[in-house]
Each structure stands twice: as structure tokens, then as C-alpha cells.
Design a protein around this ligand. Structure first.
Ligand SMILES: NC(=O)c1ccc[n+]([C@@H]2O[C@H](COP(=O)([O-])OP(=O)(O)OC[C@H]3O[C@@H](n4cnc5c(N)ncnc54)[C@H](OP(=O)(O)O)[C@@H]3O)[C@@H](O)[C@H]2O)c1
Length: 275
């Protein structure tokens, strides 16, 4: 049986803990750390897990260490875990945005099995989308373990090349914000066309949920599903013509390309601090 240490009990660390407990991972096999004792007290009461403000103590008790700290403090915190991680040969799972495997490797002293992940905010309600990348020290068994941990908060998809993490960050990492923007825009348009605010809100949200579920559950592509609701000369066709004239596909491509470039820049900045 494995023992897990979650370093950082913020939004993501606490969500992972909640997901793991809901998936029957035993609380006595989980350690969670944070700098805030109040947060730790609440989690201990709620989930009956081990808590400490000492990251090395938690890492020493575990064979899988999940790094759920803000990117800015990853270097300092990870370096302090190098001795324990070298001695224990633990699997390190990092969910920190923009922190590259080679930098983690450097901070942890080398030859470490590392899985780098990029989850997104819907993980907070266990509807996240996470991409994972494993370095060549990670065994097949450790890959399965990492995947089952991230599956506790949503869907998990493997990447065979870490360089795709920046595109993932642009697509699913930042993605919830694009959909929130669309929800805001549709709701505002509904209101401008005379609908009550609450009516516009509920119709927009249920339409977003329904469309996403249809696209997920159908064998057809999104393009085919769109064609099926677009009768020639009808209302949907009239609306789509306006969106296509504004070149919405290219607009999204430019937005994601810019986000990907920003993700590369940020990773360079965090990495440069090491050398
Ligand atoms: N939230 C998301 O949707 C999302 C999506 C993808 C990736 N991520 C990544 O997930 C990581 C965590 O994000 P988050 O939103 O959960 O951040 P967060 O809420 O700030 O969580 C980090 C927690 O760690 C605590 N902490 C600070 N220094 C510590 C230390 N030395 N040892 C132990 N705990 C310490 C923080 O306490 P204080 O608040 O007191 O400093 C905070 O409770 C980030 O690297 C982020 O890039 C997040």
C-alpha cells in the first residue's frame, strides 16, 4: 500500500485530497502539509489524515509526493526536499504550472521519477481535465498510480512530449476562462434582447452544459453536431454567419497561440532562477 504526501493544502492540494478520500483512498495513508495550521486542523477533522507544517516530515513518511505549491515558491520548497527524495526514491508528482521537469530534476538532485501535470480549475468540483507527462525514471506502475491520483479530480490524459505542456496550458489550463467569457457574453446578449437576467443566466448555463455533454457522449464530431442544428435558412445559420464573418476560428487560434507563448516565457523565467 502506498503513502501519499500532498505538499500545499491550497485549492488544488485540498481538492486532490477530497477526491482521493471520495475514491476510498485511506486517510491514514495520506499526509498533507501547509503553512497555515488552521487549514491543517480543518482538513484533519474532515478527512482524518496526517497533517504537518514540516514538508520534509511528510515526504519522509511517503513514497509518492505531490507538489501543490505556487510556482514562485517551488524552487525553494523543492530544494529542501532533495535529501529526503533521494533517500526514499519517491515518485514526485508536480501540478505547478510552468515548472519544467528539468528544473525539478535539478532542484531535487537528479535521477528522480517525476510526473509533471497540468490540471485546471474544474478539478475543484472533480470535473477537471489534466494532462500528464512522465520522465524516463517513472515506472509503468508509477504511471498508473499518478493517473489514478489525478483521475480522482477528473479526466487524465498522457502526453508523450513535455513540450506540449505549453499548448495544454493554453487550451485546458486557461480554457475555463474562455468558456466563462462566452457564458458572460451570451447571457448579456440574452438580457439585451429583453430576457430577465436570471432567465438568460439559466438558459445560457444549461445550454453550455447540454452542448458539452452531447459532444462528449456522441460519436459524432462537434462540427457534425453543429451542422445538425443548423437548418438552411434558419436562425442558427444566421447567427453562425455573423460569427464566421468575424473569423472566430482564427480569433481562438490567435488567443491560444498567445497563451502558449506566454506559458513558454513564464517557464523560462522560473527556470532561469535556478541557473
Ligand atoms: N488552481 C488551479 O486551477 C490550478 C490549475 C492548474 C495548476 N495549478 C497549480 O497548482 C498549484 C497550486 O495552486 P493552488 O491554486 O492550489 O494554490 P494555493 O491555493 O496558493 O495553494 C498553495 C498552498 O500552499 C501553502 N504554502 C505556501 N508555502 C508553503 C510551504 N513552504 N510549504 C507548504 N505549504 C505552503 C499556501 O499557503 P499560503 O496561502 O499561506 O501561502 C497555500 O495554502 C500551483 O502551482 C498552480 O500553478 C493550479
Amino acid at each position: 500500500m502506498h503513502t501519499l504526501a500532498i505538499i500545499g493544502a491550497g485549492n488544488m492540494g485540498a481538492s486532490l485530497l477530497g477526491g482521493l478520500i471520495a475514491n476510498q483512498f485511506p486517510g491514514e495513508r495520506i499526509w498533507i502539509t501547509d503553512s497555515d495550521p488552521e487549514k491543517l486542523r480543518t482538513l484533519k477533522q474532515q478527512f482524518n489524515v496526517h497533517t504537518t507544517d514540516n514538508n520534509e516530515e511528510a515526504a519522509n513518511a511517503a513514497d509518492i509526493v505531490i507538489l501543490a505549491l505556487k510556482p514562485q515558491i517551488m524552487r525553494e520548497a523543492t530544494r529542501k526536499l532533495a535529501t529526503v527524495s533521494q533517500a526514499k526514491k519517491s515518485l514526485i508528482i508536480s501540478i505547478a504550472a510552468g515548472i519544467r521537469e528539468e528544473d525539478l530534476q535539478d532542484w531535487l538532485g537528479g535521477n528522480v521519477a517525476i510526473v509533471r501535470c497540468m490540471p485546471n480549475t474544474p478539478a475543484l468540483i472533480r470535473a477537471g481535465a489534466t494532462a500528464l507527462y512522465a520522465n524516463h525514471f517513472v515506472t509503468a506502475k508509477q504511471r498508473d498510480l499518478a493517473e489514478s491520483i489525478l483521475r480522482a479530480v477528473g479526466t487524465a490524459i498522457w502526453l508523450d512530449n513535455e513540450k506540449h505542456m505549453d499548448a495544454v496550458t493554453a487550451l485546458s489550463g486557461s480554457g475555463p476562462a474562455y468558456f466563462f467569457l462566452m457564458i458572460e457574453a451570451l447571457q448579456a446578449a440574452g438580457e439585451k434582447l429583453g430576457l430577465a437576467s436570471e432567465t438568460a443566466r439559466l438558459l445560457t448555463l444549461q445550454t453550455a452544459l447540454g452542448a458539452a455533454r452531447m459532444a462528449l457522449e456522441s460519436n459524432e464530431s462537434a462540427a457534425e453536431l453543429r451542422r445538425r442544428v443548423t437548418s438552411p435558412g434558419g436562425t442558427t445559420e444566421a447567427a453562425l454567419r455573423v460569427l464566421e464573418k468575424a473569423n472566430i476560428t482564427e480569433l481562438f487560434f490567435n488567443a491560444l497561440k498567445t497563451a502558449k507563448e506566454r506559458s513558454e516565457e513564464l517557464a523560462d523565467t522560473f527556470g532561469k532562477e535556478v541557473k
